[in-house]
Design a binder for this molecule. Structure first.
Ligand code: PLP
Length: 438
């Protein structure tokens, strides 16, 4: 093992990045993988095992990205590998119904309040399909979302907020026609007044409100106590549907996802939910689900069309099923304890180096904001010292810890993060805190 310490050799990654940029925009197939926000060259990973990534230069890193959430059990879990190998040996796609789809749907129904589930291949497809279903079922057009919540690269959901005010949105990226976001209303997160005002003025035209169960895409920003219940109730009062996006939090924040932190305790359920990441066990699988009467609007039973050549793919659903079956209460206890140890160490070390920061948590998920005050919405998340994060990030990377290359992302741990992984992180922290302080 060649644990990366300053200066580590990265020539193989640099050469691969050079080749990648010649054939792929920005050299990456998803923008978050680039080091745009922190500078430098993304590491090209050649293998992964447990809590560790190995790059093309032979450097090992403790992985705190976990493929942006999916790898709940760690990399290359032997039982998941065996299940996948068995599925591959039986053929990789049939275009017919299969038993693993039924079993995975049963597992999701058992863990969440949804009654019926439809599989797709990405979280983007899940949220896109859920809002189409909501529009079809209600006969209304407007979709309400929150600034800083990411729901995949769905045209109408790529709208950004006007400065803290409920406005009809303009597209947040080029390539999205104004007409695609004309019926998207973007509100500041955790702002009950803005929600009430939007429903007051546009209630009869609102098809649905979509929110991350716990936002993790502006860093982790928990809902204020009762906020999700308030959203569910406000939607119900106005005949709109409440969609809880659990693509990131599902089977990750708790065994019951973000819903396990509030809805399961308070006794309310979303009308529709979306899932992805963990339920695919590292393969392209995602889903949306909800009340049976709503899901009945989908083709072939209903008039809302939705389809996919590889939806419910037997290899992907086998990997997801194996992952969820292995995600026992003990696994979540381990994730909780591991996340607690890491965030406490990070906070104490930053404190000792007088680096302003705040750590925010949702079940096993957490993130570190480089600002003193707690963060309630996207506007506040944006007010942090991203240069300090970049310095912190690079020092951690040089000492063998791969963090998300952006200050606006959640940090993920896995069941495979053991004492060795944790002590590597703890050993790396003092130098990173000093780097962030200067
Ligand atoms: N919804 C949420 C909450 C997400 O975090 C993501 C991706 O990070 C998506 C939807 C989109 O999922 P995918 O990247 O699989 O399309």
């Amino acid at each position: 093992m060649n644990l990366a310490t300053t200066p580590s050799t990265t020539t193989a990654s640099e050469a691969l990045f050079e080749r990648a940029r010649a054939v792929t925009p920005g050299g990456v197939n998803s923008p978050v993988r680039a080091f745009t926000a922190v500078g430098g060259t993304p590491r090209f990973i050649t293998s992964a095992s447990g809590a560790w990534l190995t790059d093309a230069d032979g450097n090992d890193y403790v992985d705190l990205i976990c493929s942006w959430g999916p790898m709940l059990l760690g990399h290359a879990h032997p039982d998941v590998q065996a299940a996948v190998a068995g599925a591959v040996a039986r053929g990789t796609s049939y275009g017919t119904p299969t038993e693993p789809e039924v079993e995975l749907a049963e597992e999701i129904v058992a863990r969440t309040p949804v009654e019926l589930v439809r599989f797709v291949s990405s979280g983007t497809e899940a949220t896109m399909s859920a809002i189409r279903l909501a529009r079809g079922a209600t006969g209304r057009d407007i979709v309400v979302k929150f600034a800083g919540c990411y729901h995949g690269h769905v045209d109408p959901l790529l709208a950004q907020a006007g400065s803290g005010v409920a406005t009809l949105a303009v597209p947040g990226t080029s390539g999205v026609p104004v007409s695609s976001t004309a019926d998207t209303l973007v509100l500041p997160y955790n702002d009950r007044e803005a929600v009430l005002a939007a429903f007051e003025s546009d209630g009869p035209r609102i098809a649905c409100l979509i929110t991350e169960a716990v936002p993790g895409n502006m860093g982790v920003v928990p809902p204020a106590p009762g906020f999700n219940a308030f959203l569910a109730e406000t939607c119900r009062a106005h005949g709109a549907l409440f969609i809880s996006d659990e693509v990131m939090t599902g089977f990750r924040a708790t065994a019951q996802g973000g819903w396990g932190l509030d809805g399961a305790i308070e006794g309310w359920t979303p009308d529709l939910m979306t899932f992805g990441k963990v339920m695919g066990g590292g393969f392209p699988a995602a889903a949306f689900g909800g009340r049976a009467d709503l899901m009945a609007h989908l083709a072939p039973e209903g008039s809302v069309y939705q389809a996919g050549t590889l939806s419910g793919n037997p290899v992907a659903t086998t990997a997801g099923l194996a992952t969820l079956r292995l995600a026992t209460p003990e696994v979540y206890e381990h994730l909780d304890a591991t996340a607690h140890t890491i965030r406490t160490a990070v906070s104490e070390t930053l404190e000792a180096a007088s680096v302003p920061h705040t750590v925010q948590t949702a079940g096993t998920m957490f993130s570190v904001f480089f600002r003193e005050e707690s963060v309630r919405d996207f506007a506040e998340a944006s007010q942090q010292d991203t240069a300090a994060y970049a310095a912190f990030f690079h020092s951690m990377l040089d000492h063998g810890v791969y963090l998300p290359p952006s200050a606006y992302e959640a940090w993920f741990v896995s069941a495979a993060h053991d004492d060795r992984a944790i002590s590597t992180i703890i050993d790396a922290l003092p130098a990173a805190a000093l780097a962030a302080a200067t």
